[in-house]
Write a protein that binds this ligand. Structure first.
Ligand code: ZN
Length: 146
């Protein structure tokens, strides 16, 4: 728990929220912003800044709740698809420093979440292989974290 965290206050019940779901490790509630009706946040009950801090049981429970909420949002609100996202840090516009996964209905041509501001580069396989090698070396040197 973090004293200054609004999502921890929601977990404690000291800040109101429109709660959708809760279990021992996770909670889901309606986001304040409803670009399309049904936008829901899924969080671990424990204060974790982002996905990099997840332990395996919490991570497994979080993904199970995300899947459960995604099925419910898809069934209950108008959509032609869904977007799921999790932002980490200032550059990604993370506003609340408590891990949360957005579950958002999507409609065709709604222009939500345009990922690339311009066309991304498409590097050769040798460059992609180099990136994969960099990541493998980090994974091997740090071992399984969860
Ligand atoms: Zn928190």
């Amino acid at each position: 728990m973090s004293a200054a965290c609004v999502f921890c206050e929601i977990v404690r019940g000291t800040h109101s929220a429109s709660v959708v779901w809760q279990d021992d490790l996770t909670m889901a509630f309606i986001d304040l912003r409803q670009f399309h009706a049904g936008h829901t946040l899924v969080i671990p009950r424990r204060h974790l800044p982002d996905v990099r801090e997840l332990d395996h049981p919490t991570g497994a429970a979080l993904m199970a709740s995300v899947a459960r909420i995604a099925r419910a949002v898809a069934a209950a609100f108008p959509n032609q698809g869904l977007s799921l996202w999790h932002s980490i840090g200032e550059a990604a516009d993370q506003e609340v420093p408590h891990l949360h996964v957005h579950v958002h209905p999507r409609l065709l041509d709604d222009r939500l979440l345009r990922v690339y501001p311009s066309a991304p580069s498409l590097p050769d396989k040798s460059v992609r292989d180099g990136y994969a090698e960099i990541l493998r070396s980090h994974l091997n040197s740090h071992g399984p974290q969860i």
